[in-house]
Ligand binder design. Structure first.
Ligand code: 6R9
Length: 654
């Protein structure tokens, strides 16, 4: 393509506000009938049988939904099943020789597990765990990076009915200890270390630090990921994973029968207060929902090679690397490392060499790809891709369009999927075989999901007005409670909008949003991310999107800083693309860009250039910290950041 063609194309894309899914995609899509929305609404809650039908049940459920004790709902009550049997055993006849997990290590080594292989190793691990004393309903903690033994251990636990609690490997020793204590977890599966940007990293040392703070006795199994690359010694009471598995070679463990409502796993997530919340997910509802959304939204088919680049330490990895894809019998790709090692085309190299059909990643990654430039994807053949997805935070239209053009070659639908640890699976997004896509808006609620945007009083807002997302009906993938804390479950998620007297229960996800005439929901960010300037509510995301829309801007964060006259004022922190100059001129175009996109009300009080933004380990911008910086407040402990060093740098500039 000539330069001028390319410029014309960019200009056309920049203008275009909606995109239709390509006909070639629709033709083959798992779900392509627009009637599905009506069908689900009319048949609610029985419509959810369609999700349950994707699983193999040992005994049928008596009722789809039991709502006698709201908000403690039950789904598929009376049904019995096992998650590991659903993800492994039932595929053996047809797909035993097909690849279940394609694992790629950071250094370039790869491992391939067929369904047979995975089934074998899960059985051996399950037998080993059982011999160590793990019983049904014991919580087993896993503190592991992206190595195959993590999903293997998860499925082994599921096989023997022991809920897992995976702690993200990047979390601190402290976080591990708090979670193990909170869950009374006496078993831990961890590893010696792993690679980051080519260097071996000692994980066992951190594990041991954490274990020292756990008051009760624990049994620890250690996977040897690094071999000789790192000297490590196991403590006397620590067991080597390979030895254990070898001792149980060929073992076969019957998958225990679990009730639909039995706990499958716990996942700790941060809330507004300091103490992490143990989100409880169950076997029947969660697994049906993960499978259904993988089928309907990610369009996963058994013959696909599907890649979600999240970490299994987060809910996205649980639902969309492990449970959803394996329940559907597909090939799921797992990558251990970072996207820029050894070079910035690592992702595209993986897509190219494995012929990946669906790629599900995060906006923060897409903005990094955009900053690095299209030369990297251009080096590879990405034509195997059929669908793209994003999750975790809002994606601004500029990044959406870059993803659409440079990764999807303008022929893949993009699903911008809004959901949470608590929801178990996707809630708001277009169906790729049905809906028009509007960059920036996640889309309408999925069929059967009754989500709305309301004001403080719970009244639906008019199109274009900002409000809060609420979900007015339960769904199978929902959290059942916070572990051992029913009270906090009710107060965190249900108190704000429910009216127990009239039996109206409304789930409150604590996200701001707006809705348009077509019921498309644009997520504005967490409620505490909403800036109130002179009584006007502005989403940090709207402002960021405007700033990122300015030529030369790679990434931006907007926060509210205290302001005498306006209540709050907008502070923006900006990263420029390579080759652009920080300075008055750039500041001016950013201010103008925001005024043009939103109005003078959103005019940034300050524009600060920075080489990086402070991010959590999961890659989310730490807006609250940026607010504190703007307000000149004491920042407290910043060591949980992925990049604490940028904080000083920014403070100095202000
Ligand atoms: C899956 C996951 C949940 C919070 C959620 C929201 C934000 C997630 C989003 C999105 C805009 C999307 N979020 N997906 N915001 N558009 N497509 O990320 O779970 O880690 O619990 O975070 O992430 O604010 O409330 P979790």
């Amino acid at each position: 393509m000539s330069d001028s063609d390319d410029t014309q194309l960019e200009a056309r894309l920049a203008e275009q506000e909606s995109f239709e899914p390509p006909a070639s995609f629709v033709e083959q899509a798992n779900v392509s009938d627009p009637e599905i929305y009506e069908e689900f609404e009319e048949n609610w809650p029985d419509c959810w049988e369609r999700a349950a039908d994707l699983l193999q049940w040992e005994s049928d459920y008596d009722e789809v939904l039991v709502d006698d004790d709201e908000p403690f709902y039950e789904w598929f009550t009376g049904g019995e099943l096992n998650a590991s049997a659903n993800c492994l055993d039932r595929h053996l006849d047809d797909r035993g020789d097909e690849t279940a997990i394609h694992w790629e290590g950071e250094l370039g080594e790869s491992r391939e597990y067929t369904y047979e292989d995975l089934h074998r190793e899960v059985n051996e691990t399950a037998a080993a765990l059982r011999d160590l004393g793990v019983e049904e309903d014991d919580v087993v903690t896993m503190y592991m990076p992206m190595i195959p033994e993590l999903p293997i251990a998860m499925l082994a636990c599921a096989r023997i009915g022991a809920p897992h609690s995976v702690v993200f490997a990047g979390f601190s020793a402290d976080a591990l200890a708090t979670r193990m204590e909170s869950a009374d977890s006496e078993y831990l599966v961890t590893c010696d270390g792993y690679y980051r940007r080519g260097d071996p990293l000692n994980h066992l040392e951190k594990t041991n630090e954490g274990l020292a703070d756990v008051a009760h006795d624990t049994t620890t199994v250690v996977v040897d990921r690094l071999g000789d690359a790192l000297d490590h010694e196991l403590a006397e009471d620590q067991l080597d994973y390979d030895d254990l598995v070898a001792d149980h070679e060929g073992a076969s463990v019957e998958a225990v029968t679990r009730d639909a409502e039995d706990m499958l796993f716990l996942m700790y997530t941060s809330g507004t207060t300091g103490k992490p919340k143990g989100v409880k997910h169950t076997t029947g509802g969660y697994l049906s929902y993960a499978a259904w959304t993988s089928h309907a939204v990610l369009d996963v088919k058994p013959e696909d090679t599907y890649w979600c680049s999240a970490d299994i330490g987060w809910i996205t990895g649980h639902s969309y690397i492990v449970y959803g894809p394996l329940a559907l019998g597909t090939t799921t790709v797992m990558y251990e490392g970072t996207p820029d090692y050894p070079d910035k085309d690592r992702m595209w190299d993986i897509v190219d060499s494995y012929d990946v059909n669906q790629l599900y990643t995060a906006p923060t990654a897409i903005r990094a790809f955009m900053k690095w430039g299209s030369d990297y994807p251009d080096r590879h053949d990405l034509s195997s891709l059929r669908l793209l997805g994003t999750v975790g935070e809002p994606i601004n239209p500029k990044a959406w369009k870059w993803y659409y053009k440079h990764i999807g070659g303008e022929s893949c639908p993009i699903v911008d999927t809004w959901w949470q640890t608590e929801t178990g699976g996707m809630m708001i997004t277009t169906l790729p075989g049905v809906g028009t896509m509007k960059p920036g808006a996640a889309g309408p609620p999925l069929p059967g999901i009754d989500a709305q945007v309301v004001d403080e009083a719970g009244e639906e807002v008019a199109p274009g007005e900002a409000g809060y997302v609420t979900v007015n009906k339960p769904w199978p993938g929902m959290l059942r409670t916070l572990y051992k804390n029913d009270e906090r479950f009710v107060s965190e998620y249900w108190e704000a909008y429910s009216d127990p007297d009239s039996d109206e229960w409304v789930y409150f996800p604590e996200d701001g949003a707006k809705i348009d005439e077509d019921d498309y929901i644009t997520i504005l960010g967490r409620v505490d991310d909403v800036i109130n300037v002179s009584g006007h509510r502005l989403g940090t995301m709207e402002i960021e999107s405007a700033v990122v829309g300015v030529e030369g801007v790679a990434e931006a964060a907007a926060v509210g800083g205290d302001h005498e006259m306006k209540g709050e004022a907008v502070y923006t922190y900006v990263i420029l693309e390579d080759g652009y100059e920080e300075g008055e001129e750039m500041k001016q175009s950013i201010v103008e860009g925001v005024e043009d996109a939103i109005g003078p009300i959103a005019r940034p009080e300050e524009v600060l250039f920075t080489p990086e933004l402070p991010k959590t380990r999961s890659g989310k911008i730490m807006r609250r910290l940026l607010e504190d910086i703007a307000n000149g407040e004491d920042l407290g402990n910043t060591s949980t950041l992925r990049n604490p060093e940028v904080v000083d740098d920014i403070q100095e500039k202000l």
